[in-house]
Write a protein that binds this ligand. Structure first.
Ligand code: FAD
Ligand code: SF4
Ligand code: SF4
Length: 480
């Protein structure tokens, strides 16, 4: 009986999979959470109260059927749990690891009020890892092959989710990426201790086994033009993400030893993947033995501080102009960083970088939070005569990302973008103003989350299918 196994939240406490002790995990790049064992997953899934209106599902961008896969897990029916979970999510083992669950499914779990939420993300990861271990995860085999082909620009989560969905319908799918590996920020942005790279490579290999064709080292706009792609394929999806690091405008910004976050994280991830990275080997992008200051309060800043700890930095400080309650990053990641020894300096804004040729410190001003602005967040206000200097040998700026100038990059100035540079689409069709050219992921929304990229990729695949079906029907009518 289902009810015998569910509704256990009253008597069973929330338990996450074992987290490796901070002093142990801070010395390596392995993931920090261990896997649930079967009994642990079953017990935790059984805490779900099987809500009639499951707010967890409402607040998951993919509207995953969470209550059903929790019930199936509690009943030990894991193959069925995998089928349900993978029906709405192309990468459940990835989202289970890196979604900010405290802001999405778990943060909205009904039993959070009075009891602690169900550990949804960890169970999702457990289900898919079990499915991989048992050989239940299979490459796509389309029911029939279609002649029409789609070019996907960008092999990040949006592009890969779209590619898989399109292959399921039998389209010939070609993914073009400027980098040598597929995965986008999953491979070169997000560090190993949150998402081990084998997990990403396992997925990209599975897609290739299912017939998706990869074109790495192919920069659209340089190696191949957008017009070439439009001529070669029946539809094109732009899923290029956002990569232009936001600048910090203050004196001393040109000193040596100051780096944008993504340069630093990419070097570390490439090193972990076994690549030759001269700028890491010569010490430029290696925090070992250095006093490091990271500026910013989002997930990227958290990844930088925790990478620096693992590289053996002498000290790591994080400067953020608001307080902990107002920071954009996941609270769970902040807590993990604190445990690993990061010194958070809340309500601190950089005023200038100091040094003679090379950075030796960041001069900061103390901040007080004023009245909330239109977004509801309190506005930072500088406290007069409050300057102080944080000494450092390396400074990393993690202030967010903007889109590159795609119309210029692609040499197609008629491609419409918003005033922020994101690609404009018709939200009903997901098509840009260019016929047959669609867009999805961060390049449409601005810097966001993996789970939203997956959602957008899936939606775009559906809309591309509508477009290509109509086109094929039109061609058939013309031929008749
Ligand atoms: P991307 O992942 O950026 O992929 C875009 C791809 O397009 C890249 O492979 C790029 O090489 C390729 N490309 C770009 N231009 C061209 C071109 N001209 N020609 C060919 N290829 C091109 N989200 C979470 O949910 N949880 C997290 O913990 C998390 N941590 C993050 C940590 C960091 C450091 C960063 C930077 C982001 C993090 N995010 C996180 C956000 C998440 O990674 C992104 O929202 C997501 O990857 C966006 O997916 P995408 O497919 O739109 O773009
Ligand atoms: Fe939660 Fe993310 Fe999984 Fe949705 S995809 S259930 S938000 S962990
Ligand atoms: Fe179960 Fe929580 Fe979702 Fe309710 S909101 S169905 S208790 S996981």
């Amino acid at each position: 009986m289902t009810t015998d196994r569910m509704l256990k939240f009253v008597g069973t406490a929330k338990r996450m999979p074992t987290k490796r002790p901070a002093e142990e995990r801070a010395t390596d790049f392995g993931e920090i959470y261990e896997e649930f064992d079967a009994a642990g997953a079953q017990q935790q899934a059984g805490r779900c109260s099987q809500c009639g209106v499951p707010f967890c599902q409402v607040h998951c961008p993919l509207h995953n059927n969470i209550p059903d896969w929790l019930m199936l897990t509690a009943e030990g029916r894991l193959e069925e749990a995998y089928e349900v979970s993978s029906a709405t999510n192309n990468f459940p083992e990835i989202c289970g690891r890196i979604c900010p669950q405290d802001r999405l499914c778990e943060g909205n779990c009904v039993i959070e009020k009075g009891f602690e939420s169900v550990t949804i993300g960890s169970v999702e990861k457990y289900i898919t890892e079990t499915a991989f271990a048992n050989g239940w995860v299979k490459p796509v085999v389309p029911p029939r092959e279609r002649e029409q082909s789609v070019a996907v620009i960008g092999g990040g989560p949006a592009g890969l989710a779209a590619a898989e969905q399109l292959r399921k319908r039998g389209y010939q799918v070609h993914v073009y990426d400027r980098y040598d590996r597929m995965g986008g920020l999953l491979i070169y942005g997000i560090p190993n201790f949150k998402l081990e790279k084998e997990v990403v490579e396992r997925r990209s290999a599975l897609l290739a086994d299912g017939g998706v064709v990869y074109h790495p080292n192919t920069d659209i706009g340089t190696t191949v033009s957008l017009d070439d792609l439009r001529a070669r394929h029946d539809a094109v999806l732009i899923a290029t993400g956002v990569y232009k690091a936001r600048d910090i405008k203050c004196p001393g910004v040109g000193l040596d030893g100051i780096f944008p976050a993504l340069d630093y994280l990419t070097a570390s991830n490439r090193k972990g993947l076994g690549d030759d990275v001269p700028a890491f080997d010569d010490g430029t992008l290696n925090a070992n033995g250095k006093r490091v200051v990271v500026i910013g309060g989002g997930d990227t800043a958290m990844d930088c501080v925790r990478t620096a700890v693992r590289q053996g930095a002498a000290s790591v400080a994080c400067l953020y102009r608001r307080d902990r309650a107002n920071m954009p990053g996941s609270q769970r990641e902040v807590a993990n960083a604190e445990d690993e020894g990061v010194d958070f300096q809340w309500l601190s804004a950089p005023e200038a970088f100091v040094g003679d040729g090379r950075v030796t410190g960041v001069r900061c001003q103390r901040i007080r939070l004023g009245v909330p602005d239109a977004t509801g967040r309190q506005t930072p206000q500088v406290i007069e005569d409050s300057s102080y200097v944080v000494d450092c040998d390396m400074a990393i700026t993690a202030l967010g990302f903007d889109p590159e100038d795609l119309p210029a990059l692609f040499g197609v100035k008629e491609l419409e973008v918003s005033r922020w540079g994101t690609v404009r689409i018709d939200f009903r069709t997901m098509m840009t103003n260019l016929d047959g050219v669609f867009a999805a992921g961060d390049i449409v929304r601005g810097a966001s989350l993996v789970v939203w990229a997956v959602r957008d990729g899936r939606d775009a695949a559906d809309r591309i299918h509508d477009y290509l079906s109509a086109k094929a029907a039109g061609d058939a009518r013309d031929a008749a």
